[in-house]
Design a protein. Structure first.
Length: 246
């Protein structure tokens, strides 16, 4: 078995090392992750400059690019064969609901998925969470299950793990994405030259968080597993717009 690991928090992130440790006895591991924290990079590719691929003393590879660059480069320019599973994470913080649109963690997994590898994005659903070991153990269990019971066709799983001890987990739930309230406004401040600068503000709180959503599962002590797809077509509106343009 060959696993490709990436993330968006950077090759030095504890969550990445935790996944590598959790999976290392299951097969061969290649790690290709961003040189810097690229959280929020979404599915961006770096097209305005070349990329470099370097190897850290840990054996992890790092790229001066985005999470998507890392998996793209690994699959198309580095590895001889497609990895058996692509794992992205463990992210420092949740990736639920609308987060998935912005997430570099989900994007790295998506890139593997688009190339045909089963892919899992894993997030510990608390910023600077205390229970990375819980998420690492869940990741291993999911990968073991995938190996035991291989899935036909392309798979992209978005996994969020509550930040609680493993033995307090209530189990796993297959969920749909919830929705957040609108994001908080940008934060305006000044640079040392007195010019205005802006920081992107925090995401909104959970709005659609009823039972069945990722937000609900995590808030109630369950690991949330949302199968994702990439087709953004609004099928329910196709008929309306067909009339609208007639
Ligand atoms: Mn991140």
């Amino acid at each position: 078995m060959h696993f490709l690991l990436s993330n968006d928090d950077g090759y030095f992130a504890p969550g990445l090392a935790a996944v590598a440790d959790a999976l290392h006895s299951l097969g061969e591991i290649t790690v290709v992750a961003p040189e810097q924290d690229r959280s929020g990079a979404s599915n961006s590719l770096t097209l305005d400059r070349p990329l470099s691929l370097k190897r850290a003393p840990s054996g992890f590879h790092y790229v001066n690019g985005t999470p998507t660059d890392c998996v793209h480069l690994a699959v198309t320019g580095m590895l001889a064969t497609l990895p058996d599973v692509v794992v992205s994470g463990i992210n420092n913080g949740p990736n639920m609901g609308d987060d998935t649109i912005y997430s570099g963690t989900v994007a790295a997994a998506t890139e593997g998925y688009l190339f045909g590898a089963p892919a899992i994005a894993v997030s510990l659903a608390a910023k600077s969470g205390k229970h990375l070991d819980t998420a690492a153990r869940v990741t291993r269990e999911l990968v073991e299950r995938m190996l035991r019971d291989p899935i036909r066709g392309a798979v992209l799983l978005n996994v969020n793990v509550p930040d609680i001890p493993y033995d307090q987990l209530k189990g796993m739930r297959v969920t749909r994405l919830g929705r957040r309230h609108k994001a908080e406004p940008v934060i305006k401040t000044e640079n040392p030259r007195g010019e205005p600068i802006y920081w992107i503000g925090p995401p909104g709180g959970a709005q659609d968080a009823v039972e069945g959503t990722d937000f609900w599962a995590v808030a109630n002590g369950y690991v949330s597993i949302t199968p994702l797809q990439i087709d953004l077509t609004a099928y329910a509106q196709q008929e309306f717009f067909t009339g609208w343009i007639a």
